[in-house]
Design a binder for this molecule. Structure first.
Ligand SMILES: [Zn+2]
Length: 331
């Protein structure tokens, strides 16, 4: 079976790997699509010291189930939660599954196959069924869950005026969801050369897209999907009583930023993180996509075959003008 590997310096390899037997609580999924995430680009850029398997935004078909699996059956179409909660944890028992991310997942299994492969073995708890979506759309349910978590963290409501900072796939989806939530104005920031992202944003209901260094509006809700350093800009354009929610991650010193606590204090601004681990909201995202409220196929600009991974991912990374999301598509 073919599986993709990544190493820093944008090196990719496709190798033939053996497929082990599934355990009684596991599911074998035939991967149909796997979407390339910003985190995968971090691995390719600097984080993967050696070749490792990667890919966590997966849609496929159940090919086999272990003896104890009850939630899915052979032939079901599924998307995979990259990690879920442990229903026996204290946090879950106290009604807060969102505070437990130590449950079943397919991240922390070094050497095991991940999403960029022909097949993947996963814990049954991570499988969520869907019916009326294409596989091209379905692999984007995982990042949509991340976007929805941000929108929920920001408590976007009817009548809000929202600024989305950064129009990557998650920013685009967050903007769409903000519009669907009843925002009367949705603005965004993005580099002017990212033409495909700006075009889709407008199609999805964004009123205006500004260059990041020139934001001429003030809003009551800011959603930050760009690196943490821009959080201050979000605070600057926030009205009294507004909310800045953010999910951009940077490691090391880049994650530490100065904050104008005087403005935050006197303007009563709430600064709220969103971290979609455990993965939540998948059924809600599937319902919205199946109802046609958001067409997730539209973010896919660079489909590729597993064998062409090296060439196509590098090509995608360089194509700022047309690129939104690259997706591996298996036959
Ligand atoms: Zn991701």
């Amino acid at each position: 079976m073919k599986a993709g590997f990544v190493k820093k310096g944008f090196q990719f390899q496709v190798k033939d790997v053996p497929l082990r037997a599934i355990e009684e609580n596991e599911v074998l999924v035939s991967v149909k699509t796997c979407s390339l995430c910003g985190h995968d680009l971090i691995l390719a850029g600097y984080a993967a010291e050696d070749f490792i398997q990667f890919g966590h935004e997966v849609a496929g078909v159940v090919e086999a189930v272990g003896r104890l699996v009850k939630n899915v059956a052979v032939g079901d179409k599924v998307v995979l939660e990259s990690g879920t909660f442990d229903r026996f944890s204290d946090a879950c028992r106290n009604g807060h599954p969102e505070l437990d991310n130590k449950g079943p997942n397919f991240w922390e299994r070094p050497g095991e196959t991940m999403g960029f492969a022909e097949k993947i073995i996963v814990p049954m708890e991570t499988c969520v069924k869907f019916n009326d979506l294409s596989f091209l759309a379905a692999c984007n349910i995982e990042p949509m869950g991340v976007a929805l978590d941000l929108v929920k963290a920001g408590d976007i409501r009817l009548g809000d005026r929202v600024l989305v900072m950064g129009l990557g796939p998650i920013g685009l989806m967050a903007a769409r969801l903000a519009r669907l939530s009843g925002a009367i104005k949705v603005y965004a920031t993005e580099m002017p050369d990212c033409e495909a992202k700006i075009k889709l944003a407008k199609e999805w209901g964004v009123d205006e897209v500004f260059a990041p260094d020139n934001i001429p509006v003030r809003v009551n809700k800011v959603l930050v999907t760009a690196p943490p350093v821009v959080i201050n800009q979000g605070i600057d354009v926030c009205e009294v009583g507004g909310t800045v929610s953010f999910l951009g991650i940077a490691y090391g010193e880049a994650g530490v930023i100065p904050l104008d606590t005087t403005k935050i204090h006197f303007d009563k601004i709430k600064v709220i993180p969103s971290h979609a681990s455990p993965a939540l909201h998948f059924p809600e995202c599937i319902s919205l996509a199946e109802a046609g409220m958001i067409n997730l196929e539209q973010v896919v600009t660079h489909p590729f075959k597993i064998d062409d991974m090296q060439e196509k991912i590098v090509e995608f990374k360089q194509d700022k003008k047309n690129g939104i999301k690259a997706v591996m598509v298996n036959d």
